[in-house]
Design a binder for this molecule. Sequence first.
Ligand SMILES: [Zn+2]
Length: 185
Amino acid sequence: MKLIDMKLSPHFTMKEACTSKSKGAQADILLYVTAAIAINATRLSNEVLEPLRMVLDDTPVTINSWIRTPKINVAVSGSKGSQHLDGLAVDFYHPDMRTAYDALAHLEVGQRIIYLDEKEKPLWVHASMPGLDWEWWEGKKSWKKPDGSFVLQSLVCYPSETPKRYIPFTGRATPVLSAQGGLVQ
Ligand SMILES: [Zn+2]
């Protein structure tokens, strides 16, 4: 069986994990996939995407970007050391992205980020697995990485802005912004 035909879980395939909008990129991603990356993608598929799909009444979760090569990650302005490089993060669309984002709160995700446009219309949702060596810090609602840095679990991002503005999510899918741009609690 070819790698691209591999089923990661009942509803997701390696082909979807190698999704890219850039021409010819899928072949590059396939060459980049190691056994470790395939295992990571399988974990993400079974432990995040399948339960999420179930919570969302079996509505389709459409993959936008999952595994990325370093080159593709740079091309899409991904963060340095992005979990997409390891197959541990996925960006997806759903007919109701706010509900999908909310649903991720019930799963042990590494990070969940909802990307909004300037009109606060959801663009896509990012979900990742926590690294195996990450430690949960309840007080900070963050994961602590072995290097001592913290990864906030829930974030709202405004991609239309440069630099990107990430706001900690405080428990509502629709953040209300004050005139100063701060989050109204
Ligand atoms: Zn992402």
